[in-house]
Design a protein around this ligand. Structure first.
Ligand SMILES: Nc1ncnc2c1ncn2[C@@H]1O[C@H](COP(=O)(O)OP(=O)(O)OP(=O)(O)O)[C@@H](O)[C@H]1O
Ligand SMILES: [Mg+2]
Length: 627
């Protein structure tokens, strides 16, 4: 009975013990799952996570060891990721082979009591390690899409037991956690990788953008440069800034002389660019140009190429040098170099590639600059030729006047009259000298038009005397209709040539039949209007349309066809216009010169109309008005 009552007593106790044992186990399982769950959200190291999962698994299913295999899809192999209870080793097995390989293939868990009795078990690993596998439990790792990404396997349940269905559920729960961890980690890694790629790309883009903006700036400033000095200063300043160099230099051979000149730029003193005459192979840039190769030097001060004449002029110790040749047609055009980094670092690959770009840009700019200069020079020579022919054409006027007065002088007994003629002749020498100056100034690239205040009274009085000389022996009457109170602004010498050229054409047109030459000047609005009119036969129809072009002449022996082209050029230099009306009754030229509003002084008096003798006045020529 006792035994019966003991038995009756012990059965519930035993059940209680089992239940509380099961409860403890459940708690351990859920605590482990919770711990893994927390770790999943806080740990980003996959190895740490998997180690935690495997150690919890080993503990919960009371296994001797646990192994996790990851599937290498490409090779169709399982690769062990981690082994607990032993050193970390890498095991590879073919999918479909062995227990884990079969689980990977079927996607279903396998539970084995004794591995050695299972035909699928492969003993190689045991043979290799001396381990004796007995009970086994293996389950697939499936990701959220249900795809098998690996296998977890536990070996040898403690106490020689076999793994239970309960163990299988624990393994299944933890393998789901492991799969999540692996997926997360892969996602995380790919994100990190993408981020890194993005950062690299951004960095490269920023660098490219800096390079591009430097090249853009270079292009802009070199195109604006009007001298090589300006070009050198712009290029060197920008390169030094972009590569953080303390100094920079540009070596070029002078276009005309071929002499080598080094332009030296110091960042501390950006306003002063030193210009040093050098010999071939002098200094680092000389060597770069001679070798036609990039030069990068870290200990410039002890380098045999260091040259006191060049590198010695910098206001700092030259340590690092990076110099690049400038491409020329056959041989280098020169070289460009950077000297000493502001932060003491050496010049790197990025600086080298930037300087390659810069050198290509600079050599193009220098070549373009030289080509422009030589084009300008040859254009100027052509223009000098044209100007010379025009000036020589207009020499005719002062020479005619001189010869006219010389003839008059021959007949003049009165000393006072002779003195007057001498003065007129001397004035014409001034005109000749002014024309000579005009050509020389143009050759030097200086201004050729000199606008100033002119008193029309005096201006036309001089003209009248000179033209009167020309028509003295001809049946031509002179009629001047000039508002003598006007003061206008124009280049006196030039406009005198204009009126003379027009007057001479008119005189030539009327030389045989005779006629009236009318010269007028009046103000219309803000324009000074000068007219030269004749009563000759009018312009030949054949040349009417091209009258103002050079070398268009008709009906004259010895005519060059330059007279009207000169008229047009001078009038246009003043911003004015010239027009012509012609009929069988004669030709009439009109010149309009714009005057700044308010600049033209005029007194309210009637225009003086004079119809005087053709002979130059012997007495008192028009007095110069007060200035
Ligand atoms: N007032 C005019 N009456 C008639 N024809 C004229 C007149 N002015 C110019 N011409 C015509 O226009 C042509 C061009 O004149 P332009 O002064 O340019 O050259 P040119 O007088 O022939 O040569 P140059 O000025 O060297 O003596 C003249 O050859 C002439 O045929
Ligand atoms: Mg002429």
């Amino acid at each position: 009975m006792t035994s019966g009552s003991e038995t009756a007593k012990s059965a519930p106790e035993g059940r209680l013990l089992d239940t509380s044992e099961a409860l403890r186990h459940e708690r351990r399982v859920s605590a482990a799952l919770r711990e893994v769950g927390v770790a999943l959200g806080t740990t980003f190291d996959l190895d740490d996570l998997l180690e935690l999962i495997l150690s919890k698994l080993t503990e919960l299913v009371e296994a001797d060891r646990a192994t996790l295999y990851l599937l290498d899809e490409g090779k169709k192999e399982l690769v062990s990721r981690l082994v607990v209870g032993d050193k970390v080793r890498s095991i590879r097995m073919k999918v479909g082979h062995g227990i884990a390989g079969t689980v990977a293939l079927t996607g279903k868990p396998i539970r084995i009591r004794d591995a050695y009795t299972d035909p699928q078990f492969e003993r190689d690993w045991d043979v290799l390690t001396g381990y004796r596998t007995k009970s086994m439990l293996a389950a697939p790792l499936k990701n959220h899409l249900g795809r098998t990404i690996g296998v977890i396997q536990v070996l040898n349940k403690q106490g020689g037991h076999e793994f239970t269905g309960e163990d299988e559920s624990i393994l299944s729960a933890l393998s789901t956690q492991a799969a999540v961890a692996i997926d997360n980690s892969r996602l995380f890694l790919s994100l990190i990788q993408k981020n890194k790629q993005l950062l690299d790309t951004t960095e490269q883009l920023e660098r490219k953008l800096q390079d591009l903006s430097l090249l853009f700036e270079l292009e802009r400033s070199t195109a604006r440069a009007t001298t090589i000095d300006e070009l050198a200063r712009a290029v060197l300043g920008q390169c030094a800034r972009a590569c953080e160099a303390r100094g920079a230099a540009l070596l070029l051979s002078e276009e005309e002389s071929g002499d080598l000149v080094e332009y030296v730029f110091d960042s501390k003193n950006p306003e002063t660019l030193q210009r040093i005459g050098v010999k071939s192979r002098d200094g680092f840039l000389g060597a770069t140009m001679a070798e036609n190769d990039i030069l990068s030097v870290d200990r410039a001060d002890t380098d045999p190429r260091w040259n006191a004449n060049v590198e010695g002029v910098f206001g700092f110790a030259v340590t690092h040098v990076l110099s690049v040749p400038l491409d020329g047609d056959d041989s280098p055009l020169g070289a460009i170099g950077l000297f000493t980094r502001a932060n003491g670092r050496t010049f790197d690959e990025a600086d080298v590639s930037l300087m390659r770009l810069v050198s290509a840009n600079v050599s193009t700019a220098v070549r373009l600059f030289n080509a422009n200069r030589s084009r300008e020079r040859s254009e100027r020579l052509t223009s000098i030729g044209r100007l010379l022919s025009q000036v020589i054409h207009d020499f005719k006027t002062p020479m005619t006047v001189i010869s006219g007065y010389a003839q008059l002088m021959a007949d003049a007994d009165d000393r006072a009259v002779r003195t007057e003629y001498t003065e007129e002749i001397l004035k014409q020498f001034d005109v000749l000298a002014a024309m000579q100056r005009e050509v020389l100034e143009f050759a030097r690239g200086g201004r050729t038009i000199f606008v100033r205040k002119v008193y029309l009274n005096k201006f036309f009085a001089d003209l009248r005397r000179q033209i009167a000389l020309e028509v003295a022996s001809l049946p031509i009457e002179l009629d001047f209709q000039v508002d003598t109170k006007l003061v206008a602004r124009f280049d006196e010498g030039r406009l005198s040539r204009v009126v003379h050229n027009l007057a001479r054409n008119a005189i030539e047109a009327m030389a045989e039949q005779g006629g009236v030459l009318t010269i007028s000047a009046r103000l219309e609005g803000d324009e000074l209007v000068i007219g030269v009119q004749d009563t000759g036969p009018g312009i030949p129809h054949a040349i009417e349309g091209q009258l103002f072009q050079s070398f268009v002449t008709m009906g004259k022996a010895g005519g060059t066809g330059l007279g009207l082209a000169i008229v047009k050029k001078i009038v246009e230099e003043h911003g004015g216009t010239v027009s012509v009306r012609s009929s069988a009754e004669g030709a009439s030229f009109e010149i309009r010169l714009p005057q700044s509003p308010g600049e033209v002084a005029v007194e309210a008096k009637k225009p003086a109309t004079s119809r005087k003798s053709n002979r130059p006045s012997k007495g008192n020529p028009a007095k110069s008005p007060p200035r």
